[in-house]
Design a protein around this ligand. Sequence first.
Ligand code: DHB
Length: 309
Amino acid sequence: MISLQTFIAEKTFKNCLMNASGVKCMTDEELQELARSEAGTWITKSCTLVPQDGNPSPRYADLKMGSINSMGLPNLGFDFYLNYALKQHDTGNDSLFFSVAGLKLEDNLQMLKRIQDSDFQGFTELNLSCPNLPGKPQTGYDFDRTNEVLDKIFNFYQKPLGIKLPPYFDMIHFETVANILNQYPLRFITCINSVGNALYIEDETVVIKPKGGFGGLGGAYVKPTALANVRMFYKLLKKEIAVIGCGGVETGRDVFEHILCGASMVQIATQLMKEDTPVFFRLIAELKEIMNIKGYQNISDFRGKLKEL
Ligand code: DHB
């Protein structure tokens, strides 16, 4: 019997697949569909203190090898997602991920205090990497600021917390970020967010309206960068910090590669947009098929065990 069971922060998940925040998780209907799906768990849309409409449309485009988006954080506001999370707790689900993306540090602290004081017992993913807010830098690219944010949060926050990181491209950056993160009781990181501020052109024109066509790139284009980030952080972070992989997963083989690099859980974004929630059933079947051929029965038989030459 092949099992895709996985663990983060002493909690067990029936399989290692979930949505990435932002995809099919903004409204009650979308969240209900995720709950009905085969995913091992799911995460809510990154929220701000108050509801937001986001950027003007078109703000997402499917591309042949991925996607580009500049959504601009459309969401129903913190209270909606906290209510949803508490309803999940009331029905016995304490494995939900709750994504928070305040527009400023004070907003993040306020939302995390409310989560801390609530009955929510799931995971919080603090998003330090939204690339789509005009005038707002990605916190994950400002290392001192990232340290300051984590310092302020862990002054009071005691529930399981992780952060969503942007992709890094330089060995010194990986090491600098890992050294900061290792100082805190983080339980996971999620990497990567989209490759920020890419530009896609069809004929003579951009394909999304906000920011002159610039947006976050996802899908097959970004898989090698995602794998590099998962691998480097798996090697550099202390063992208490699990790595959740995200980026470029279209097939069971892609999930397998994320796990080989060290991922404990794998998030699906672009492919979930394209294929909707049946994607989880397909990926589970494809991953189990690979494990069967290789004689692996559990994720732990190959997680992190990428072979180097
Ligand atoms: C949005 C995009 C992101 O990549 C992110 O991390 C958060 C929000 C958005 O545009 O809505």
